[in-house]
Design a protein around this ligand. Sequence first.
Ligand code: SF4
Ligand code: SF4
Length: 211
Amino acid sequence: MNLTEINNLTPDCCAAAKIDINDCYKDEKRPLKNISAAVKSIIVVAHHIENSQEWIWTQMRSERGNSTCIADLHTKDTIRDIKDYLKLKGFNTKIVAYPGVSGVRFKELANKTSLGEIGDNNLFLHKEWGPWVHLRVLLTDAEIYNSEPTYSSEVCIHCGKCIEACPVNALSQNDFNIQRCKERHKKLNSAHSCEICARICPIGEEPPKIE
Ligand code: SF4
Ligand code: SF4
């Protein structure tokens, strides 16, 4: 199956890319194989956040500690459409649960695709949408072919703006202090995240801020 067939199923605000399981490191393969022993291809779906409301986490029963957001529900719907299509073609699929539950780091997988790369702000930067992207992952035993290049060229321009702007010095060019970032989020106690390192990034167009 060609990746174009999969991308034809996605709405304009979403894009799909694929990775062969054999392109994953041993440590990456383990949790994926635990979810689906027969996995051959990993489909990463990226959804473009065009409205800040989409990323507001609200209390709702979900796999992610009883909170979800419109962006996640929408990206999951797109993944479900791909799942249904693959099922019709006779393939097995598994939707990967959110990273905190599955242990699968979506942005590390997306980093292996032509969608973009992880920037110095430790966020996944889509080549056009920048950090304004929500990711989801689907595993399948289908072999998916892609005529486009597997890796995207550099997206982060290493301008240093995110490193300078982080109020808790959680970022540096080769490191991310997750504890500092988490503590700041805890203090903010807000339904949407800090976003400073995303809003300062010159890649992509930031959606209007929620005051
Ligand atoms: S989200 Fe905020 S605290 Fe976390 S790294 Fe970005 S700027 Fe720093
Ligand atoms: S602000 Fe600059 S250095 Fe930071 S992620 Fe964006 S492009 Fe890269």
